[in-house]
Design a protein around this ligand. Structure first.
Ligand SMILES: [Zn+2]
Length: 124
């Protein structure tokens, strides 16, 4: 059987939206949020979900400030990102609309988690 070429997947996509603002871009380009995946699983993720909703700048900043990636652990980093988004969601200054956006962002990440787990290719 032919060996599939692994592909890098940015958990926070798409690039145009997440790359358009400073803290969105910082989160998107965090190494431990860009797992190396089997191409079939990578394709499945993109077919299942058009993009991850981008919270507003204030929430992005809060998420960035509260986020600690776990070195050598993509899934642990994803969990920490979810904790950080949840904290931003509960922040008293987060608007009602942004609570919905951060909630949707969490849903979009939760949706990807089992696929990332299944398709993850470890580099040794
Ligand atoms: Zn991708």
């Amino acid at each position: 059987m032919e060996r599939a070429v692994p592909e890098r997947h940015h958990l926070l996509y798409d690039k145009v939206v997440w790359g358009s603002q400073e803290y969105g871009r910082k989160l998107r380009t965090c190494y431990w949020l860009i797992p190396l995946l089997h191409p079939t699983i990578h394709q499945t993720i993109h077919e299942s979900l058009a993009s991850v909703p981008l919270p507003d700048r204030y929430a992005q900043l809060n998420i960035w400030m509260g986020f600690e990636p776990v070195e050598n652990d993509y899934l642990g980093s994803i969990d920490n990102l979810l904790f950080s988004i949840e904290a931003a969601n509960k922040h008293p200054r987060t608007s009602r609309l942004d609570k919905q956006l951060t909630y949707l962002a969490m849903c979009a990440i939760e949706l990807q988690k089992p696929l990332v787990k299944e398709g993850l290719i470890k580099v040794v």
